[in-house]
Design a protein around this ligand. Structure first.
Ligand code: AMP
Length: 461
C-alpha cells in the first residue's frame, strides 16, 4: 500500500461511560447465574416475560413516581420526533412522544399485564424477566448506567390470592433458596412493612410535620426531600443526619391493623420455612409504588458500600396507577452485576484459601507436533467435542515447549499428536494436576479426559 492510500489514524473509541463489555472469561458465570434462576423460578411456576427496553416516559412518571431519584434525575429520556408523514414509534397516526430507556422492569411488566388483559383469566400470574436496565447514575464499582436485573412479579386480581401474605413469604423463601444454591455466603434479609397506600399517605404527613423543626439541620438533599417526598429522608446515608433521622417517628408504629396482621402472617410463614430476617423500619425503597411488605438482601463480600444485592416489595396499587384493573402484586429485582461481583469475590477468596487458580479450564489441549498433523488434530477435536468435552487445538508450527505452556494455562490435559500417534491411534496424555503422563488408545480417550473435576471451579450445575 502506498503512503497516500493508508487509512487515517483515528483515536480508538471506548464503551460509553457507565457501560461495560462482558468478555468470555466472565460470561460463563453470568450464564450460570441465569440458568440457575430460570430452573429455580420454573419450579415455583414462573414463566418468562420479555418487555421492550424502550417505553413511554409516562409509564415511569406514573408508575415509579415523579419525585423519586430515578425519575427526577436518572432516566435516559428523549423526545422522539414524528417522522415526515406522521410516522412515529407507535404507528402512522402517532406524534412526537417522550421515550425512556427503562430504568427498571416492574412498570413494564405491569403495563404488559394490563395491555394483554392477563387479569381476565382470573388466575395468578407469575412472571420473571432477565435484562438490562438504564439509569444515569454516577458510575462506581457495583453501580453502572447499563446494568442487568433478574426479577419476578406475582400479580393478579384479588380473587386469585395475589394479596395473600403467603405470596410474600414464598417470594422471599425462593430468593433465599436462589442465593443458597449459587453459594452466596453471609446474605442478610432486611424486612419492613410500609403499610397500605393510605397508611403511607398518613405517615408521610406525620413525617413532614416531624421534619419541620429539624429541617434546617439536615443535609441539602434531605431539606428538599422533607418537602417533596419525606419518606426518602429515611434513606439518607449522610453520617451527620443519622441521629436526627433515628429519632423520627417510625412507620411500624403508624401502619393500620390490617397491614400489621398481613405483616405478622408474612413473618410467621418465613419463620415456618426457616428463612432468617432482620426487621429494618427505616428500609425505604427508592420507588414510590411499594405498599406493605418491602425488603432488601444485602451481602458482606465484594460490594463495598453498594451492598444491596436485590430489593423488592408489594405494589398493591400499581396496576390501577397505570390504568389497569385492581391487581395487587409483589416482586423483586436482583442486581445481576452485583451478584456476579459477589460470586467473583468469593471465588477469589476460595482460590486464595485453597491455592488453586480460579476459573474454568478446558478438558484438553490437542498439540499437533508438526503441521502435517493439523488436519488429524482438528478431526480428533471434533470427535472429542461431540463426546461433550471442551477442547482447544494448537498448531503444528508451535514448538513443544510453547504448546505445553499454552495447554497448562487453558486445559487440564495436553494430548500430543505426532506421526507415531496418528499412525498407531494411541496418544500421549499428560494430566497437569498430577503431572502423570500416560498412553491412551483413541477408543478410551474421551472417557479418560472426562474423569476429573476442573481445578478451582465452583460452578453450580
Ligand atoms: P431497584 O430497582 O432500585 O430496587 O434496585 C434493585 C437492585 O438492582 C439493587 O439492589 C441493585 O442490586 C441493582 N441496581 C440498582 N441500580 C443499579 C446500578 N446503577 N448498577 C448496578 N446495579 C444496580
Amino acid at each position: 500500500m502506498t503512503e497516500s492510500k493508508k487509512a487515517p489514524v483515528r483515536a480508538a473509541l471506548k464503551a460509553v461511560r457507565g457501560t461495560r463489555d462482558l468478555l468470555p472469561d466472565q460470561t460463563p458465570l453470568w450464564n450460570n447465574v441465569e440458568t440457575t434462576a430460570r430452573n429455580l423460578f420454573a419450579r415455583y411456576g414462573f414463566g418468562e416475560i420479555r418487555t421492550p427496553v424502550l417505553e413511554a416516559t409516562e409509564l415511569f412518571a406514573r408508575g415509579v413516581g415523579e419525585e423519586t431519584d430515578i425519575v427526577s434525575k436518572e432516566m435516559f429520556t428523549w423526545e422522539d420526533r414524528a417522522r415526515a408523514g406522521g410516522e412515529g414509534v407507535h404507528g402512522p397516526e402517532s406524534k412526537a412522544q417522550s421515550l425512556t430507556l427503562r430504568p427498571e422492569n416492574t412498570a413494564g411488566v405491569v403495563r404488559a399485564y394490563i395491555e394483554h388483559q392477563m387479569a381476565h383469566s382470573g388466575a395468578l400470574q407469575k412472571l420473571y424477566y432477565i435484562g438490562p436496565q438504564f439509569r444515569r447514575e454516577r458510575p462506581q464499582r457495583g453501580r453502572y448506567r447499563q446494568f442487568w436485573q433478574i426479577g419476578a412479579e406475582v400479580i393478579g386480581p384479588p380473587s386469585s390470592g395475589s394479596e395473600s401474605p403467603l405470596r410474600d413469604a414464598e417470594i422471599l423463601e425462593m430468593l433465599a433458596g436462589f442465593l443458597d444454591k449459587l453459594g452466596v455466603r453471609g446474605w442478610r434479609l432486611e424486612l419492613s412493612s410500609v403499610g397500605s397506600y393510605q397508611d403511607r399517605v398518613r405517615y408521610n404527613e406525620i413525617l413532614r410535620a416531624a421534619l419541620q423543626p429539624i429541617r434546617s439541620r439536615l443535609c441539602g438533599d434531605c431539606q428538599r426531600r422533607a418537602e417533596t417526598n419525606p419518606l426518602r429522608v429515611l434513606d439518607c446515608k449522610v453520617p451527620d443526619d443519622q441521629a436526627l433521622i433515628g429519632a423520627l417517628p417510625q412507620i411500624s408504629d403508624h401502619i393500620s391493623a390490617d397491614s400489621q396482621t398481613h405483616f405478622s402472617a408474612v413473618r410467621a410463614a418465613l419463620e415456618a420455612c426457616g428463612v432468617p430476617y432482620t426487621l429494618n423500619p427505616r428500609l425505604v425503597r427508592g420507588l414510590d409504588y411499594y405498599t406493605r411488605t418491602t425488603f432488601e438482601f444485602t451481602v458482606s463480600t465484594g460490594l463495598g458500600t453498594q451492598n444491596a444485592l436485590l430489593g423488592g416489595g408489594r405494589y398493591d396499587g400499581l396496576s390501577e396507577m397505570l390504568g389497569g384493573p385492581r391487581s395487587p402484586g409483589i416482586g423483586f429485582a436482583i442486581g445481576e452485576d452485583r451478584l456476579i461481583l459477589t460470586l467473583q469475590a468469593q471465588q477469589e477468596e476460595d482460590a486464595r484459601a485453597s491455592g488453586a487458580p480460579p476459573g474454568e479450564l478446558l478438558d484438553a489441549y490437542i498439540a499437533p507436533l508438526t503441521p502435517a498433523q493439523n488436519a488429524t488434530a482438528l478431526a480428533l477435536a471434533r470427535e472429542l467435542r461431540c463426546a461433550g468435552l471442551r477442547i482447544e487445538v494448537g498448531d503444528g508450527s508451535f514448538k513443544l515447549r510453547k504448546s505445553f505452556e499454552i495447554a497448562d494455562s487453558l486445559a487440564r490435559h495436553i494430548v500430543l499428536l505426532g506421526e507415531d500417534e496418528a499412525g498407531s491411534g494411541v496418544f500421549t496424555v499428560k494430566a497437569f494436576a498430577s503431572g502423570e503422563q500416560t498412553k491412551i488408545p483413541r477408543a478410551r480417550l474421551a472417557e479418560a479426559l472426562h474423569g476429573v473435576q476442573s481445578r478451582g471451579s465452583n460452578f453450580v450445575q
